[in-house]
Ligand binder design. Structure first.
Ligand code: SAH
Ligand code: SF4
Ligand code: F3S
Length: 466
């Protein structure tokens, strides 16, 4: 350890990759004497790991920075220094502009600079400020510090592992190709080693993450590029890892091999997040999604042929420029055609530098709000129907933590629903069969079924008519 113990507070906004990156930043700072603390007040260093995806997400950062400036002033009056750092996608997109808007910020650095954090902190201490938003030629994954065994243990029962970062798709609404850069896949062996360490520390479920995860093409141990399907087949062999998931996928990269993995790998959970954004071919084309509604429905059909009980979730945008009432009706009908177990929906937010922001026919706020409400109602109906079909079924639950009431635990079903059941604390980290006895809007309640056999695929979960 270099230097005295210092307190670090990291706050993540946005997607799961930011959560993962925040852990890796803490790992990289641990050898410098940084220990994590649960509150910003007593920290020596605060890192905001930010999201630029919609205007609201980006603006949240500035209100948070206003609060931190007051904390920094209070610390200064006690003779303490509070270093404020902004990381993530707002840092990448806005760079020095952040310091102009909030001069209390000491350090701004983008997602491709995390391995240089110790050096950047030293530069900020020496020069007063430091900004690093380069896309360096060196691959940061090669240089990021490995987590300590204690940090690995703290990951709990279920962990995210980044396998791919960046995106080459350039959907016309999206900032990700600009903030995260071009697609980069990590070598398979690095991923396997990380997962083996996680398994040894008690992790039972791994979610492979990437902005366009099914475009994965990392170098395999045989020096050839491996597909995501091939990687999944290998990860499934890691002892102790009972459950696998991956997110987020693009419908165009859902190839036969990956669909077959859903048929073959019982470790691969029967739930898939497959964003579609719109049900209208005209809007899909304007969004540059590079697939039609029929292409998407075909992928869904092939997936369900391979894995009949597959639960699908998605992302939707309403009010993309030019979206008419009949385009929106096509989105609503797609929702009922697919029968989702849940979905996120957003009002289109024009983002600086993306083609969508300069398109004619921007939709007014009121229309967007009204469409969002109608879409959310349709999604809620789908979700409620999916949950209702689970009533009386028995399936395996991976217990993650104590529940709200004494004697209860909370876990996840194979379909990613939260499940509450009366169970001994010793079952945390364990998988047990639960029979669902009650269904609420966002979670299920059940009773342990001692000695029950592992669940077989349940075609009864298919939406009616699919
Ligand atoms: N990597 C993910 C996308 C991350 S952003 C993927 O390719 O699926 C998550 C979701 O945010 C997107 O699926 C989209 O529905 C939404 N989103 C992205 N840009 C947006 C924008 N400008 N306005 C509103 N929603 C947006
Ligand atoms: Fe953004 Fe589209 Fe890439 Fe997803 S696929 S990250 S929505 S550009
Ligand atoms: Fe947000 Fe960046 Fe993730 S914009 S959604 S934090 S990739």
């Amino acid at each position: 350890m270099n230097g005295p113990r210092k307190l670090l507070y990291v706050k993540s906004f946005g997607c799961q990759m930011n959560v993962y990156d925040s852990r890796r930043m803490a790992d990289t700072l641990a050898p410098q004497g940084y220990v994590e603390t649960a509150a910003a007040d007593d920290a020596d260093l605060v890192i905001l790991n930010t999201c630029h995806i919609r205007e609201k997400a980006a603006e949240k950062v500035y209100s948070e920075l206003g609060r931190l400036r007051r904390m920094k002033d209070a610390a200064a009056s006690e003779g303490r220094d509070l270093v404020i750092a902004v990381a993530g996608c707002v840092a990448q997109a806005e760079g020095e502009e952040i310091i102009r808007r909030q001069p209390a910020v000491d350090l701004v650095f983008g997602p491709q600079s995390y391995h240089r954090l110790p050096e950047l902190l030293a530069r900020a201490a020496r020069d007063g400020k430091a900004v690093d938003t380069e896309f360096p030629v060196d691959n940061k994954f090669e240089h990021l510090a490995e987590p300590t065994p204690a940090a690995t243990r703290a990951r709990g029962v279920s962990a995210f592992v980044t396998v791919q970062e960046g995106c080459d798709k350039f959907c016309t609404f999206c900032v990700v190709p600009y903030t995260r850069g071009a697609e980069v896949s990590r070598p398979a062996q690095k991923i396997l080693t990380e997962i083996e360490h996680l398994a040894a520390a008690g992790v039972r479920e791994v979610t492979l993450i990437g902005q366009n995860v099914n475009a994965y093409h990392g170098e395999g141990p045989d020096s050839r590029p491996w597909s995501l399907a091939r990687l999944l087949r290998r990860v499934a062999q890691v002892g102790g890892i009972d459950r696998l998931r991956y997110t987020t996928s693009h419908p165009r990269d859902m190839d036969d091999d990956l669909i077959a993995a859903h048929r073959d790998l019982h470790e691969l959970m029967p739930q898939l997040h497959l964003p579609v954004q719109s049900g209208s071919d005209r809007i899909l084309a304007a969004m540059n999604r590079r697939h039609s509604r029929a292409d998407y429905l075909d992928v869904v059909k092939r997936l369900r042929d391979a894995r009949p009980d597959l639960a699908l979730t998605s992302d939707f945008i309403v009010g993309f420029p030019g979206e008419t009432e009949s385009d929106f009706a096509a989105t609503l009908s797609l929702v009922s055609d697919v029968g989702y177990s849940g979905a996120f929906s957003f009002k289109y937010s024009p983002r600086p530098g993306t083609p969508g922001a300069d398109m004619d026919d921007q939709i007014d706020e009121q229309t967007k709000s009204e469409r969002l409400q109608r879409l959310q109602q349709a999604i809620d109906r789908n979700q409620a129907a999916f949950n209702r079909r689970c009533l009386g079924m028995s399936f395996d639950v991976l217990f993650e933590r104590p529940g709200r009431y004494a004697g209860q635990l909370v876990g996840r079903s194979p379909y990613l629903q939260p499940v509450q059941a009366t169970a001994p604390a010793a079952l945390i980290g364990g998988i047990a069969t639960v029979t669902i006895t009650e269904v609420a809007s966002n979670s299920l309640f059940g009773a342990l079924a001692p000695g029950a056999q592992p669940r077989a695929p349940q075609p009864a979960l298919l939406p009616a008519g699919a």
